[in-house]
Ligand binder design. Structure first.
Ligand SMILES: [Zn+2]
Length: 97
C-alpha cells in the first residue's frame, strides 16, 4: 500500500499542511518538555521540514522566555493581581461583545 496523499498535495506549498494543526497543539507541550521521547522526535522532525510550524515554535519559545524572565524577577505582589484583573476584564468584554 502506498500513500495516496502524496500525489494530491500541491507541490511547494508554504501554507500549513493538513497535519499541522495536530503538531501546533503538540508544540506547546514540546516546549514544556511534556512529550514522550517518541512524540518529541515526531515534532522535531516536523519542525525541520515545516517552516510555518517552525515560526510558530520560535514565537512560542520567545514568549515563554520573556514570561519566564519576568517571573524570575519576582514581580511585586500587586502586579500579579492587577494582571489577573485585566485578564478578567478582557474576558468579560469578549463575553459581552
Ligand atoms: Zn507544520
Amino acid at each position: 500500500m502506498t500513500s495516496q496523499s502524496e500525489a494530491d498535495r500541491p507541490a511547494g506549498s508554504a501554507e500549513a499542511g493538513d497535519g499541522c494543526a495536530e503538531y501546533l497543539e503538540r508544540i506547546v507541550y514540546f516546549l514544556d518538555n511534556e512529550l514522550d521521547q517518541a512524540d518529541c522526535q515526531q515534532v522535531q522532525l516536523h519542525l525541520d521540514e515545516c517552516a510555518p510550524c517552525l515560526r510558530k515554535y520560535d514565537l512560542e519559545r520567545t514568549v515563554k522566555a520573556v514570561v519566564a524572565r519576568s517571573c524570575s524577577e519576582a514581580a511585586p505582589s500587586g502586579l500579579a493581581e492587577r494582571v489577573r484583573m485585566q485578564i478578567r476584564t478582557v474576558q468579560v468584554q469578549i463575553t459581552d461583545g
